[in-house]
Write a protein that binds this ligand. Structure first.
Ligand code: F6P
Length: 321
């Protein structure tokens, strides 16, 4: 079936660079004389038939903007058979021949169901700060998130050093420690706690006390939200060492900000690749970049666990403190 019209949506947690990906999808589709429907609010908006017609101009001046002009949501309704049926009806009513979905694991799961169960051609573009999708070295938004977090950690270091304090900094990562381990290494943190590695609070406290005896008086400890919360970790450190500990939860600032060059260019490469893949008649696939080359995997493969380099990077963190 020749593709004449495509739909594009962003779903799940937003990440910086999603707009650059939307821009690339729209402009490459328009250059191939395709019609483009921008679906608002992810799968939820699809069910509700919230759509805008997009052209070259619709994506002017968004390459540098964080967030997503199409808005995003997490849809409970799309998890149900009834929600999916409604979404498929909307796709048919609008004569959409294929979908490009930009998002993380939940977005990919939705696209996998749409393509396999409901026979709607779908291609996934990896957009999540978590960098937890296989088939790509980096997901769109991850580089900006770690740079935003690093900037904050650098500022925390200024006050930590001046006031000779222990700071626990909680970063995002419910399931994985990608952001935590990257910013710990880049920010010169003394310790990091991630879900993928066992951690021993007693040993950490022993190291702090010993370090303080040697004259080391400021500490930056990073924790991924899914390992242990910043509040809880700080409480445990204070209970054991009797040292005052401050907590900073970086939270959603990690999802905002103007995308880095890496995220913009990744998004542009992958947005164009996704359109080209759909035009080749492919479906149930995800695009990515591995070792600087375009890579295509099945959505199912992309959803398999992606290990972080926890041990390797942790070793470097400990060698360089
Ligand atoms: O998946 C992206 C992410 O930012 C995670 O790192 C984080 O745990 C979660 O989303 C937060 O979700 P919400 O914005 O719904 O609170």
């Amino acid at each position: 079936m020749a593709i004449k019209k495509i739909g594009v949506l962003t779903s799940g947690g937003d990440g910086s660079g999603m707009n650059a990906a939307i821009r690339a999808v729209v402009r490459s589709a328009v250059s191939r004389n395709l019609e483009v429907a921008g679906i608002l609010r992810g799968y939820e908006g699809l069910i509700n038939s919230e759509m805008i017609s997009m052209n070259h101009r619709s994506v002017s001046n968004i390459i540098s903007r964080g967030g997503t002009i199409l808005k995003t949501a997490r849809s409970e309704r799309f998890m149900t058979e009834e929600g999916q049926r409604q979404a498929v009806e909307v796709i048919k009513d609008h004569k959409i021949d294929g979908l490009i979905v930009i998002g993380g694991d939940g977005t990919y799961r939705g696209a996998h169901i749409l393509s396999t169960k409901w026979k709607v051609p779908c291609v996934g573009v990896p957009g999540t700060i978590d960098n937890d999708l296989k088939g790509t070295d980096w997901t769109i938004g991850a580089d900006t998130a770690i740079n935003v977090a690093l900037e904050a950690i650098d500022k925390i270091r200024d006050t930590a050093t001046s006031m000779e304090r222990i700071f626990v900094v909680e970063v995002m990562g419910r399931e994985g420690g990608f952001i935590a381990i990257e910013v710990a290494l880049g920010g010169g943190a003394e310790e990091v706690v991630i879900p993928e590695r066992k951690f021993d609070v007693q040993a950490m406290c022993h190291e702090i006390v010993e370090g303080n005896i040697r004259g080391k008086i400021s500490w930056i400890i990073i924790t991924a939200e899914g390992a242990i919360s910043g509040q809880e970790l700080a409480k445990q450190i204070t209970d054991i060492t009797d040292l005052e500990t401050r907590v900073v939860v970086l939270g959603h600032i990690q999802r905002g900000g103007s995308p880095t060059a890496q995220d913009r260019n990744l998004a542009t490469r992958l947005g164009v690749a996704a359109v080209e893949l759909l035009l080749k008649g492919e479906s149930d696939k995800a695009v990515g970049i591995v070792a600087d080359n375009l890579n295509v995997v099945s959505l199912e493969e992309a959803l398999k666990p992606k290990p972080v380099k926890g041990d390797e990077l942790y070793r470097l963190i400990k060698i360089t403190i």
